[in-house]
Design a protein around this ligand. Structure first.
Ligand code: UDP
Length: 478
């Protein structure tokens, strides 16, 4: 557990800027795992270039946070006024209370620090943070944690250029052909919030509001890399100043230039890391399917049953993450039947260190819900995917994984909306058994792994953009 204020230093092999400048930025994270990870990782990159970074998290998250790894970033908690509520319950009240907590923090910070921060990097989902920053004389940098394509869809809806609910406009089921990168998307590939507009109205409002004040932000930062979404990045780059800074994955898994950067650093769940590694170590190369649906998605009981039956009957070993809140949906006796020894066919854990798992030689395929971080992680580590999107941006990411980057296969649901065990088994076999299609997918995956590494390595597109951002901040502050 973290104390209320932590600063743990790590060193960097990269030359740092003149520490005398001591330029300070604040980073405000949205308190869910898929948003904390990329923003903390970006913060570490900034710290490695000599910026002082304070990472702010709402206090209600503190009780469930695990410090997994040291970082060069200072973590501070700010009051959100409802420490006793869960994150889900608090979404409604989040904006009011955290903007007050942020304002109080900045005020206190400005009155007692000589080098008070001049820049706030905020999660684009929390666009109100920009108004708070401006009120206090600071500059804002919006950090987008989703793909450019998904962000662009929300932008077009916000501008009224796409009407809600989105509808197909041609016989092929397409919704949009401009920007051209969108033409690959059918109606059901759009983010769920703009297709089924009544299901999560508060979240729909939040994702559209990202674009209500974004022109007042001095920088727009995207967790992607130019080569991955080139067409989209060019389209967006022609309209406003944007910088791609991803993939925001610990340096150990990409360029290895940040010393000790082996983990994201802050986890809302406790990984069963050793058990996973011990078990994976006992399996042959490329023999295991890794299955995870991220930190939020929840499968129906029927779907859990089918997935369990597919895993039971396929030839591959499997490592399946079933979060504690999902455990009761596991079929009766499923765990008992698996047995306890390390020889067993499959391992079920409540949480793992996903990067460790994906980079393990015995993992040959990733069955994923296509959260944007999981997508970038699999691409960066060269692991082929079987995709089973659930909601939010996942259907869009799935389409790009399968049809554009060609690094995965998609399972299809039956008429009851359930993906059968047989369908899952067939798709996994196609990849694991290395048939024609599986081989092509594996080769493409290795190609993207190289490109991801190149983007963040010295001279790469994202590294140049991070350097440009840091130089801008230094110019502004000195
Ligand atoms: N993750 C993990 N262990 C797990 C499952 C997920 O460390 O057992 C991490 C994963 O590496 C990723 C994040 O949790 O960085 C999930 O983010 P993503 O955007 O993929 O999905 P979300 O949870 O937001 O739906």
């Amino acid at each position: 557990m973290l104390s209320s204020r932590e600063r743990i230093c790590s060193t960097s092999k990269q030359p740092t800027m003149d520490p005398a400048k001591d330029v300070h930025v604040l980073v405000l994270a949205h308190p869910v795992q898929g948003h904390i990870n990329p923003m903390l990782q970006f913060s570490k990159r900034l710290a490695s270039k000599g910026l002082k970074v304070t990472f702010l998290i709402p206090i209600s998250t503190k009780k469930s946070l695990n410090l997994v790894n040291a970082s060069s970033v200072q973590v501070e908690y700010i009051s959100d006024g409802f420490d006793h509520l869960s994150i889900d319950e608090s979404l409604k009240h989040f904006r009011l209370s955290v903007s007050q907590g942020l304002s109080d923090f900045i005020q206190k910070h400005q009155s007692c620090q000589d080098n008070s921060a001049t820049v706030l990097i905020y999660d684009s989902f929390d666009c109100w943070a920009l108004d708070v920053a401006i009120e206090h004389g600071m500059h804002g940098a919006a950090f987008f944690t989703q793909s450019c394509v998904v962000s662009c869809i929300y932008y077009l809806v916000h501008q009224g250029k796409v009407k809600l609910p989105v509808e197909a406009v041609d016989g092929q089921g397409r919704v949009l052909s401009d920007p051209p990168a969108m033409s690959v998307l059918g109606l059901n590939d759009f983010p769920s919030f703009v297709v089924d507009v009544h299901k999560y109205p508060a979240i729909l409002k939040m994702v559209l509001r990202q674009f209500s004040n974004f022109r007042k932000a001095k920088w727009l930062l995207f967790n992607t890399f130019t080569e991955l979404e080139e067409e989209m990045v060019n389209w967006m780059g022609n309209q406003w100043l944007m910088l791609t800074v991803g993939p925001t994955i610990p340096s150990l898994y990409l360029d290895k230039r940040l010393e000790d950067d082996t983990d994201y650093g802050l986890s809302l769940f406790k990984p069963e890391a050793e058990a996973c590694l011990r078990w994976l170590d006992s399996k042959p190369p490329c023999s295991t399917l890794y299955v995870s649906f991220g930190s939020l998605a929840s499968l129906g009981e029927d779907q859990m049953e089918e997935l369990a039956s597919g895993l039971r009957s396929m030839k591959s070993h499997f490592l399946w993450v079933v979060r504690e809140s999902e455990e009761e949906k596991l079929p009766r006796n499923f765990l008992q039947e698996l047995g306890l020894d390390d020889d067993k066919k499959g391992l079920v854990v409540r949480w793992c260190n996903q990067l460790q798992v994906l980079s393990h030689g015995s993992v040959g395929c990733f069955m994923t819900h296509c959260g944007w971080n999981s997508t970038l992680e699999a691409l960066s580590l060269g692991v082929p995917m079987v995709v089973m999107p659930q909601w939010t941006d996942q259907p869009t990411n799935a389409t790009f994984i399968v049809d554009v980057w060609k690094v995965g296969l998609r399972v299809r649901a039956n008429e009851r909306g359930v993906v059968t065990g047989e369908e899952i088994e067939n798709c996994v076999n196609e990849i694991m058994e290395g048939g024609e299609r599986g081989k092509e997918i594996r080769e493409n995956s290795l190609g993207w792994k190289e490109m991801a590494k190149r983007a963040i390595d010295e001279g790469g597109s994202s590294e140049k953009n991070i350097q440009e951002f840091v130089s801008n901040v230094l110019d502004l502050c000195t």
